[in-house]
Structures are given as C-alpha cells and as structure tokens.
Design a protein around this ligand. Structure first.
Ligand code: G1P
Ligand code: ZN
Length: 544
C-alpha cells in the first residue's frame, strides 16, 4: 500500500472546547475537515513510528466512517498498533481504561457526549494522552495551532476494516486489533467494587433498580456488568442498544431527558435505585426512591463513604471539584483532613492532580464523578460505587443523603442554562459583568450583599500552567455564591450557565425545595446581570 500525501488547506475554528472539537456532522463531513484535525493531532505527537493508538467512539452517526478514516491515516503516519473497540464502540471511561491497560501512547475518542446525534446533529473528536486523560491545555493549543497552518495529511488506500469482528488485520506497518469493547473495563470494575455484596443486594426481592442507557454507549457495558456479572433482574437496563441517533433523544442524564427512568422512580411503586448515563458513558445521574441526588452531593457522599468500598478502603489522597460545583465535598475533605482542589470546568484539569498522586476522587456539578482508576469521569463506576455503599450500609440512597446533610449541612445547588443565546448578547452580558467586578463588593442586590467578586483563574499545582477567565464568581456576605460562565461545548449560539449555591446547617431547614431555597439568589443575579431582560428570555431552558 502506498502512503498518499494529500494537499489540504486549513479550516477556521478547529479549536477544541471544554472537551474536544464538537461541530455539526455536516461540518465534519466536509472533505478534509476530520483529516486536518487528526493529522494535527498526529503532528503534535511528533514521530508516530511504532506508537500505539486506541480508537473508539460513542456509536453516534458518522462514528464508523470516521474510524475508517482515522485507521488509514494512523497506518499512513506510521503507528505500529491500533486498538479499536468492536463496532467502533468505546465509552469514554472504557477508552481511558484501555489506553492505560495496554500502555498506549494515546487515544482518539469520537463523541459529542450528551449532545444529540444524527445526520444534522453533533459529532465530536477528542484526543487523550498516554495517561488515559484528555489532552492538557498546552497539547490542545498545539493541535489547534497546527490546524491553522496545515497543508497536507497522510493516508493510504486500503479496504475498510471489519469493525464488527474481533481479530487482527495488518495495514502497512500497523497491526489493527478489534477488541471486545467491554471486557477490560468490566474487569477493572471487579477490582474496585465488592461484587459479592452488590450481588446480594440486587438479589433481594424488594430491591428493584433501573439503569437507563439512553440508547447510547453504556448499553453493552451495563448489560454485561449489571445484568450478567451482578445478576440484576433482566430488563433492568433500559434503552440498552446504542443507536446512531440515540433514538431521536437527547442522551443527557438529567430529570428532563431521562423521562422513563424518572417515572419509574416516582409514582405509586417507585424503584429503590435508578441511574442513567450519557452519550459516551462518562456522566451519571443517580436517583433514590422518589429522590433526586444532586451530583455535588453525590460526590460528597462518595468521598465520605469511600473507605466502605474495597478499591478505596485505605482512604483518599485528596479530592477535587470543578469551580462551579458546590462546596459540599470541601466539607468532607476538611473533616477527613485531606486536601481539596478547585479546578476550572472540564475534566482535563483533574488528570495532573491524579498523576501526581494528589487526589483520588473528583467531580463536577454536570453529572460527572470519577476517580484515579481512569483519567475520565465515569458514569457506570459512580453507579457501582453507590450500589456498593447501599449494600454495605443497608440503607436506601435517600436516607444516606439525608443523614449526610444532618452531619455536614446541606449545600443547596442549582444550575440554570440559557441555551442558543445570541452570541453578541451573551458576550456583552459577561463583559459588562467583568467590567463591574471591582465595584460590586459592598453593594446589595435583592437583599444579598456582595462580599467579593472575581474572574476565576487557576494555576495548576503540578505543572504551573495558568488558565485565566474561567468564570465569574460572586460571593455574598451570607456565604452564598453565584458563578456565571459561557459553555465551551455548545455548537450553536452561546449557552450561558448560572450556578447558585447556598449553605444551610439548620437541621429543620435541610429538606426544602431547591429552587425555592435559592430563589433570592436567582433574583439577585438577574438584578446584577439583567440577563433575562437583555435576552428577552423569561426563564432558563434547562434547570438542573
Ligand atoms: C460541560 C460541563 C462540564 C463538562 C463538559 C464535558 O461543559 O459544564 O462540567 O466537563 O460539559 O462533559 P461546558 O458546556 O459548561 O463548557
Ligand atoms: Zn459525556
């Protein structure tokens, strides 16, 4: 096979966001678009000769075609071994696991996470390094700079590989291995959790559960681990077959999009435990009987109970949370006397802390929780962690969370998203706010007095790199906080995210409705930003 050098010209805007490059499928399908980005990744790796690359994706529309393109390009660039998930499937955490287990030099994951899929919907690509985690800021920037000057890419002519058959093919110098997408990951889960205890829990006739795979990538993983290895009642995993368009749904595990699951958790005969994951399997939503568990609280509860789980029985090195995430886990860290790090939004910042042995658990308010078993957030892992804790404590999820609040106090938390806002309007709201930061302290809005205000910047304690302008933070004198930032994962217009939290430790006030508990703060931020007034929006599009 002859390697072909194809001339190309740069495409504008191939700058990876919070989690890789995400664009509409139509944009990705332009001749050379995917190729330019992939070649820019390979160029940053420098000499690809003999290197090992993992390739897989969440099964969305264009996944299979993209994999064939990448396999040819990788072979042409001199990779020695390509490890590809069967059917092109690898969940994000499974890809991270496979990279680490097979000591690959990196991996390419094709996913736009929880964004819808289909010919007119979203596609995405991200590069993970040898530690199994998202490329760091400096690597991402180097890839982007490469896309701005690229003039050729390498490929070769070879028949498409059979993605559905486990086995090995040789293309040029590259050994292409199609592997079982689930086995390595499922084996890793068995080393972390007490499967015997969980088996006993789920065999109890009164314990019924449901896992909603949302027609996305976790279906095969959940069937293997929950139903096959743990013996959860057949049929408990719903929407288990990955579909290219996620069945027309939105593979985002929240109360709005996981409707069927939510219905099963409420009503006359609610199930004991429910969970859902997103398009690429890194997010999780966990629910108790008639009870929603906020991801910020989930992280705090997992940290507080970690030593009950075999993989964490010796305790935690430290914990980390993204800046907008509530400070519930900080209180647990203080009690455990372990460090707690506050990082910008996105998973890429946790990897350095894990590699340096500074943290064991971490999480984000956006339904992301994880640990140093891989370098990505991990949806099913969080579900198994919860099941393990429930099995050991012998209590329902709801009681575990309520008792946690009694002990630590409760951080009421909500996020309001305004989607597809006119980019200029959104930019001006944020710019005006930033310009007023110095004047805000001492002023009162809707009864809340601003104590401090800043634009979050982060210095990585491991490599010293600085990430500026990561979101505006407003601290109020009563301990409440509001964060406002623009999304880095949206593909049309701008998405404005407003995060509100308020600490409460009066035992009589721990069970209020979240939106009611935070309504004053929500009024205050509107008074400060005039967001609704400027954009003409009456209310947020999504509330979590
Ligand atoms: C969103 C979430 C963020 C998460 C990212 C990738 O990014 O807010 O926590 O890491 O998706 O799953 P955003 O759109 O806010 O930039
Ligand atoms: Zn995801």
């Amino acid at each position: 096979m002859t390697v072909v050098k194809v001339k190309t010209t740069p495409f504008a805007g191939q700058k990876p966001g919070t989690s890789g490059l995400r664009k509409k499928v139509t944009e990705f399908k332009q001749a050379g678009y995917l190729e330019n980005f992939v070649q820019s990744v390979f160029n940053v790796l420098d000499d690809c000769k003999g290197k090992v690359l993992v390739i897989g994706g969440d099964g969305r529309y264009y996944n299979r075609e993209a994999i064939q393109i990448i396999v040819r390009m990788a072979a042409a660039n001199g990779f020695g071994r390509l490890i590809v998930g069967q059917g092109g499937i690898l969940s994000t955490p499974a890809a991270s696991c496979v990279i680490r287990k097979h000591q690959a030099d990196g991996g390419i994951i094709l996913s736009a996470s929880h964004n819808p899929g289909g010919p007119d919907e979203d596609f995405g690509i991200k590069f993970n390094g040898a530690n199994g985690g998202p490329a760091t800021e400096s690597v991402t920037e180097a890839i982007y700079q490469g896309t701005r000057t690229i003039d050729h890419y390498l490929t070769l002519e070879s028949p498409a590989i059979d993605l559905d058959r486990i086995g090995t093919t040789q293309i040029e110098g590259a050994r292409v291995e199609v592997i079982d997408s689930v086995a390595d990951y499922a084996d890793l889960m068995e080393t972390l959790f007490d499967f015997e205890k969980i088996r006993a829990l789920v065999s109890n006739k009164r314990f019924h559960m449901c896992f909603d795979a949302m027609h996305a990538v976790t279906g095969p993983y959940a069937l293997e681990i929950l139903e096959k290895r743990l013996g959860v009642e057949p049929g408990s995993v719903i929407h288990a077959v990955p579909l290219e368009d996620f069945g027309g749904g939105h593979p985002d595990p929240n109360l709005v999009h996981a409707k069927e699951l939510v219905a099963k958790m409420n009503g006359d005969a609610p199930l004991a435990f429910g969970a859902a994951s997103d398009g690429d399997g890194d997010r999780n939503m966990v629910l108790g009987s008639g009870f929603y568990i906020n991801p910020c609280d989930s992280l705090a509860v997992l940290a507080a109970n970690a030593t009950l789980v075999p993989g964490y029985k010796d305790g935690l090195q430290g914990v980390a949370r993204s800046m907008p995430t509530s400070r519930a886990v900080d209180r647990v860290a203080a009690r455990l006397d372990i460090p707690c790090f506050e990082t910008p939004t996105g998973w890429k910042f946790f990897g350095n802390l894990m590699d340096a042995g500074k943290i064991t658990l971490c999480g984000e308010e956006s339904f992301g929780t994880g640990s140093d078993h891989v370098r990505e957030k991990d949806g099913l892992w969080a579900v198994l962690f919860w099941l393990n804790i429930i099995a050991v404590l012998g209590k329902p999820a709801r009681s575990i969370v309520r008792e946690h609040w009694q002990e630590y106090g409760r951080d009421y938390f909500t996020r309001h998203d305004y989607e597809n806002v006119d980019s200029a309007q959104a930019g001006s709201v944020i710019d005006t706010l930033k310009a007023s930061l110095a004047d805000l302290p001492g002023k009162t809005f809707a009864g809340f007095e601003v104590e401090a205000a800043d634009d979050f910047s982060y210095v990585d304690p491991v490599d010293g790199s600085e990430s500026k302008a990561q979101g505006v933070r407003l601290f109020f004198t009563n301990g409440s906080r509001v964060v406002i930032r623009l999304s880095g994962t949206g593909t049309s217009g701008a998405t404005v995210r407003i995060y509100c939290d308020r600490f409460e430790n009066d035992p009589g006030l721990l069970g209020s409705d979240t939106q009611r508990a935070l309504s004053g703060l929500i009024d205050a931020i509107e008074e400060i930003t005039k967001l609704r007034q400027i954009t003409g929006r009456q209310r947020p599009d999504v509330i979590t």
